[in-house]
Design a binder for this molecule. Sequence first.
Ligand SMILES: NC(=O)c1ccc[n+]([C@@H]2O[C@H](COP(=O)([O-])OP(=O)(O)OC[C@H]3O[C@@H](n4cnc5c(N)ncnc54)[C@H](OP(=O)(O)O)[C@@H]3O)[C@@H](O)[C@H]2O)c1
Length: 202
Amino acid sequence: MIGVARDPARLESVRAELSGLGEYHGICADLASDTAAETIRKGVASIFDGLDVIVNNAGVMLSHEPELTAEPEGKLEETLAINLLAPFRITRALLSLLELGTEPRVINVSSGAGTFSGMLEPKIASYRLSKWSLNGLTMLQAKEWAGKISVLAFDPGWVRTDLGGPKAPGVPEDSAAGLLKTILLPSSVTGQFVKDGEILPF
Ligand SMILES: NC(=O)c1ccc[n+]([C@@H]2O[C@H](COP(=O)([O-])OP(=O)(O)OC[C@H]3O[C@@H](n4cnc5c(N)ncnc54)[C@H](OP(=O)(O)O)[C@@H]3O)[C@@H](O)[C@H]2O)c1
């Protein structure tokens, strides 16, 4: 297992917990950087000969204004850089390693906020648009790699994290359980939006 984070101290802080589950390595990269994908590719290639699963989990929610045009300039671009472009670049950089994996799968951590019905809800417009776009990326990647690599958009549900806030009804362990169910779906399941192991409409 390889974890990627921009803060070396946070990467190290999970070592004790994750090492109990098996071999664990950390790679330090800021996903806002143009060099992040190549840093991650080099790091992964120096550890493993192939990859089975990528979970594109890092995400940001930078604005809470009522409408898109009310958001401070640059917020949409910053949001898309982390929530859309980073998963695209990282997965593309890791493609040759994924092709050597066993029933390889990419999981793009999306959100109900970026579904067709979620797009009609108020606030967090850049965030919604970024997850809508990530859903589109999921569909395109699944089509391109059909029969070789499964690609899924995963909704972790509304849970209490820095991003989810203290009022969320769920806890991160709920998301982890849903993620595990998603990883374990048959490899023929691809190009879908999944929550708690169930396929839902985009
Ligand atoms: N929580 C929810 O209710 C909810 C609902 C739907 C979807 N999601 C999605 O679930 C995923 C995880 O979110 P979360 O709730 O765990 O949010 P979080 O607590 O804010 O964590 C986000 C993670 O992304 C990392 N990150 C942000 N920018 C980065 C960068 N430039 N380079 C490297 N890492 C970066 C953060 O690293 P640092 O620790 O260094 O800041 C942090 O570890 C996100 O994709 C989010 O959109 C969450």
